[in-house]
Design a protein around this ligand. Structure first.
Ligand code: NAD
Length: 170
């Protein structure tokens, strides 16, 4: 396989004006999510953080038009089509339930939860509404990992290759 020819980049949607509502204004949102949204030309509709000053700082830095007062306000806003959740894992379930109740799709930072039972309830809260969800895992669009997923035909083979790759990249 020619590594240079590998088609590893994500396929961008035809529409890029869906309103993204962000919950959490921490390191990963400032260093990764928002720079990527900016690069892709996505529409960030607003942001909420339990620490208002963090949300305000991020909003000013990335020209986000509104800071929400609460999660309830964020999920209810008609300009928010999809919710991006990037908070400590202990907070995910409550937020997922609120987003799911509003019938909106969401993107959730890993880890989903800190224990299996909470993770199971979190998935249940999402699937109950039949909405799409994505859990962000490490570097899913990195060339190496994408390549691994093509190499290994069998699951065990892929896992082995992935482990080898992670050891190498660390
Ligand atoms: N996929 C990756 O490679 C990757 C990398 C870094 C972090 N993460 C994950 O992303 C999540 C966030 O990480 P981070 O580094 O940005 O953390 P951080 O501590 O820098 O930021 C978390 C933010 O969430 C806010 N917050 C906490 N509880 C909240 C709530 N209930 N409602 C609204 N806001 C709340 C905090 O005030 C803080 O601003 C963590 O789960 C972390 O494991 C994933």
């Amino acid at each position: 396989m020619n590594p240079i020819a590998l088609d590893h980049l994500p396929v961008l949607p035809g529409r890029r004006d869906y309103g993204i509502g962000i919950c959490g204004a921490g390191g990963i949102v400032n260093d990764a999510h928002l720079p990527a949204y900016r690069k892709a030309g996505f529409n960030v509709a607003g942001i909420f953080d339990a620490r208002r000053e963090a949300a305000e700082r991020t909003a000013a830095r990335f020209e986000i038009p509104r800071v929400f007062d609460s999660l309830e306000q964020l999920v209810a806003d008609r300009r928010v089509d999809v919710v991006d959740i990037a908070v400590p894992a202990t907070e995910n379930l409550g937020i997922v339930e609120a987003v799911s109740a509003a019938g909106k799709p969401m993107l959730i930072q890993k880890p989903l939860a800190e224990d299996y039972e909470t993770a199971r309830r979190t998935v249940e809260a999402i699937t109950r509404r039949g909405k799409e969800e994505i859990v962000v895992v490490e570097c899913i669009y990195c060339k190496g990992q994408k390549r691994v997923s093509r190499w290994g035909e069998r699951k065990e083979e892929r896992l082995w290759l992935l482990k080898a790759l992670l050891i190498r990249s660390n």
